[in-house]
Design a protein around this ligand. Structure first.
Ligand code: BGP
Length: 487
């Protein structure tokens, strides 16, 4: 007997910039991803730009962040391939895609609204075509009995906002508020579940854990995002009391490398500073006890006002959510090699785990542990809003795709969720990542696929964009229909 409640949300997840395409259609404004080239496991993606007064091409490698130099103008070059421009063209395929998701029996579909489709530029004018597009998408979802789960910001801050300093500029909070007002009002009654920021903690993973000095910028950006998220919760509740608005982190579960107490402490610090720091503020409404220890290592005073602290307290999340692909290992011993990759973080390999082709560990037990850990700490409903295996698939001549590795990965993670439910954790949703194949965020590849539905397109942008059901499609359909019994 499985422990999934009748109303468990079996779902799938996407994000506009990796899925939607139509980057210059329907009045959409630009975002930095539009200038981001394709990469691979070996080769980082890069942002193309030119410098004022010079037309030659420059490339900023995107491996672990990095900011554009002063005077850089992001530029699209004819001789480059930008995979996110078309992505998998949900923009023109949404009816067909949602019908397929309906056939799959999906209960929840996670997607994001591209801010730059609603506010393409600095004029403050709402782009009606953008609103109409999403209204149609939500109608299609409702027709297919699928509950939308909307991420308000999924790695796609509009370029016009970036040009004004992005999230280092306090003004961005008010631009975001305006965006929230518009979408909560326009989609009232159509959308009830919202996530404020995708993987809000991702910017904290970009520097070494053992460095004594922490850069000030990520913490300042985060603070303004925390304030913006809290305001979004308050606005959303005011516009529709039915709204449930949650926060999200990259699920960076880490284990001590050994039982050496110094490894355990190092690991505790990692979890505090990279995960709890963000969840405490958004779920408990206040900065945690160890915050001062973090801030003491910044080279500048953060801009945090009394008013901000009141805002945080009055805009607590209704639920929490996280992505979970793999787990990590932390050690105090600097001689241990960082030979594992992973979602947003590096570290030493865990000798007890297997690794995917992209070097990400496979750890379903970790999911059960993480769910218990977070539920014990926060006691709010939990959604797992990304989980999955990026793998290469083969489209056979008869248009079938045999992906037992994906079925195996998801089966083991669903079993882990079942155990967590038995432990008493209130998990209400699982939206697996990239339910329809889409562009990989880290590498820009198409061949790193996560979906139940295959999209005919390759790493160079060739292919028909036709959709085909994989073996995992028929498997997940049964899982949903049996509410987690038939695994
Ligand atoms: C998460 C992002 C997603 C997605 C996912 C899978 O960090 O929230 O947008 O990209 O990782 O990673 P990738 O696409 O790099 O395989």
């Amino acid at each position: 007997m499985s422990h999934f409640k009748k109303d468990f949300f079996w779902g799938g997840a996407t994000a506009a910039n990796q899925f939607e395409g139509g980057y210059n259609e329907g009045g959409r404004g630009l975002i930095l991803t539009d200038f981001t080239t394709a990469g691979s496991y070996e080769k980082p993606r890069g942002i193309t730009y030119r410098i004022r007064g010079d037309n030659s091409k420059h490339l900023l490698p995107q491996m672990m962040g990095g900011a554009l130099p002063d005077g850089a103008i992001p530029t699209i070059f004819e001789d480059e391939y930008y995979p996110n421009h078309v992505a998998v063209d949900f923009y023109h395929h949404y009816k067909e895609d949602i019908a397929l998701l309906g056939e799959l029996g999906l209960k929840m579909f996670r997607m994001s609204i591209a801010w730059s489709r609603i506010f393409p530029d600095n004029s403050g004018q709402v782009n009606k075509e953008g609103v109409d597009f999403y209204r149609d998408v939500f109608n299609e979802l409702r027709k297919n009995h699928i509950e939308p789960l909307v991420t308000i910001s999924h790695y796609d801050t509009p370029l016009w906002v970036e040009e004004k300093g992005g999230w280092l500029n306090r003004e961005t909070v008010s631009y975001f508020e305006k965006f929230c007002e518009v979408i909560f009002t326009e989609f009232k009654g159509q959308v009830k579940y919202w996530i404020t920021f995708n993987e809000i903690n991702s910017q904290l993973m970009l520097f070494g854990q053992q460095s004594d000095i922490r850069p000030y910028e990520p913490y300042q950006r985060l603070h303004y995002q925390f304030v913006a998220a809290a305001k979004a919760v308050t606005i959303g509740h005011r516009i529709d009391q039915e709204n449930k608005i949650g926060c999200m982190v990259g699920g960076a579960l880490s284990y001590p490398y050994t039982c050496h107490p110094k490894d355990v402490i190092e690991n505790m610090i990692f979890e505090q500073e990279d995960v709890y720091y963000c969840l405490d503020v958004q779920v408990k409404g206040k900065y945690p006890h160890f915050s001062q220890r973090v801030w003491d290592r910044l080279n500048r005073q953060l801009d945090v006002t009394e008013d901000d602290l009141k805002t945080l307290l009055s805009g607590k999340s209704d639920f929490l959510s996280f992505s979970y692909y793999c787990s990590f290992v932390t050690t105090h011993d600097t001689s241990v090699e960082n030979d594992a990759m992973g979602n947003l973080h590096l570290g030493p390999k865990n000798k007890y785990l297997e690794y995917s082709e992209w070097g990400w560990s496979l750890d379903p037990d970790g999911l059960r542990f993480f769910l218990n850990d977070l539920y014990g700490r926060y006691e709010v409903p939990i959604m797992i809003v990304e989980c999955g295996l990026g793998a290469k698939d083969v489209l056979e001549d008869d248009k079938t795709v045999h992906d037992p590795y994906r079925i195996d990965y998801l089966r083991r993670h669903i079993e882990a969720i079942d155990k967590a439910l038995e432990d008493g954790v209130n998990v209400i949703a699982l939206t697996t990542w990239g339910c329809i194949d889409l562009i990989s965020g880290s590498t820009g590849e198409m061949s790193k696929r996560y979906g139940f539905i295959y999209v005919d397109r390759d790493d160079l942008g060739r292919g028909t964009l036709n959709r085909y059901r994989k073996d995992s499609f028929f498997w997940y359909k049964k899982v949903i229909a049996s509410n987690g019994e038939a695994l």
